[in-house]
Design a protein around this ligand. Structure first.
Ligand SMILES: [Fe+2]
Length: 379
């Protein structure tokens, strides 16, 4: 039997780019600048950065000739002594002009008030020792946004060590670390024994820290239950229940502030944050750090009731997970997604000491990609 090899049609050269038929049998267009800039020789093997300088080509790049040889597109460039070879499989990945696949772009899984027994838990020594456990931990952070690290040593160093598994400790204007216990002259409601309503931290920063660590070092007081809710669960349900309220809270930015003797931090944020797919990715909310809403008063006729409807929904029993933190546990959660608070406690009934810090979301995604994928350069 005669096997007829598929014919590969020659690339068609155009003014600003070329057309080539790929595995789908359809002709795809690629721009000459893009082809020249992304020639495999443009990248330095050691630094993995682009070392080619397209700004200083004497003339606009243009193919003098192009052909398909050994499953690769070979281009001889005009006005330049250079030949580029692209495996056809590489061109396939970019033919649609869609963003490169991102292994950290995982679908979020909403959770509700009964979630506590199912919270993903990871032992600190295991995370330190095992990259696969770290990948599972970060995957849970990306999908659920809330995890508990157990078996934490009772030391400051243990918190730094666990945070550094995700990224660098990211300071806020309060410093690198913070201690949550009752203070004699509190600058923040967190440093009192009062109840703390559900909120995200430091909303007055332009880009509030993405991942929060709360290491429980002591908790023997009466009361002080921890409260957590999944902003994705609440806001996604709010979208169904109250579409107009959802539109206002995801489109209208409101001011946040944090002000005391030596600082006056301000930002504007929407309460509901959407990702590149239009899905709810998080919240920025804090009644104690919401500045005076400086919006047109007739817009406030609509905005305030929606804001209150959402704020009340956030506190519904259906969504709020309540539990008592234990010494030796570290709560790790997405500060742009998970709202946290606590019930009041009796400051004289025992010790309550949490030590905390932050890292960033982008660095968490970076660490995850490096753990689970080959990227563009790894062999
Ligand atoms: Fe907080």
């Amino acid at each position: 039997m005669n096997v007829i090899a598929p014919t590969v049609s020659a690339p068609v050269l155009k003014n600003k780019g070329l057309e080539i038929a790929l595995s789908d049998g359809v002709s795809h267009y690629f721009n000459y600048y893009w082809l020249r800039d992304n020639c495999p020789t443009s990248f330095d093997a050691a630094t993995r950065e682009r070392s080619f300088d397209i700004f200083h080509l004497a003339t606009a790049p243009r193919a003098a000739q192009a052909e398909v040889k050994d499953n690769a597109l070979e281009i001889v460039w005009q006005d330049e002594d250079h030949v580029t070879r692209f495996p056809l499989s590489w061109l396939e990945a970019y033919r649609e002009g869609k963003p490169r696949r991102d292994p950290s772009d995982l679908p979020r899984v909403a959770w509700y008030g009964d979630h506590y027994p199912n919270v993903p838990r990871f032992s600190q020594p295991r995370l330190v020792a095992d990259p696969e456990a770290r990948a599972k931990w970060i995957e849970a952070m990306l999908t659920e946004g809330f995890t508990i690290v157990t078996d934490m040593p009772d030391s400051d160093a243990a918190l730094t060590e666990i945070a550094n598994l995700i990224g660098q400790v990211r300071p806020t204007f309060f410093g690198d670390y913070f201690d949550v216990k009752t203070h004699i002259n509190p600058t923040n409601t967190a440093y009192t024994a009062s109840a703390l309503e559900l909120h995200t931290d430091t909303p007055a920063e332009d880009n509030a820290p993405g991942v929060q660590f709360l290491h429980c070092r002591a908790n023997t007081v009466q009361g002080g239950d921890s409260l957590y809710a999944d902003g994705v669960a609440v806001a996604s349900d709010f979208r169904q229940r109250d579409p107009e309220g959802f539109r206002l809270l995801s489109e209208v930015a409101t001011p946040f502030y944090c002000e005391h003797d030596s600082y006056d931090m301000r930002s504007r944020q929407t309460v509901i944050e959407l990702d590149q797919h239009g899905e709810v990715s998080g919240l920025t909310i804090s009644q104690h750090m919401a500045d005076i809403f400086d919006l047109p008063q007739d817009l406030l006729d609509e905005y305030y009731p929606a804001f209150c409807r959402f704020g009340r929904m956030l506190q519904e029993e259906k969504y709020v997970m309540k539990f008592l933190m234990k010494a030796g546990e570290c709560m790790v959660f997405d500060n742009h997604r998970i709202v946290h608070g606590r019930a009041a406690y009796s400051a004289t009934s025992g010790d309550r000491y949490l030590r905390g810090c932050y890292t960033d979301r982008a660095e968490m995604r970076s660490t995850y990609r490096a753990l689970v994928s080959k990227g563009r350069f790894k062999a």
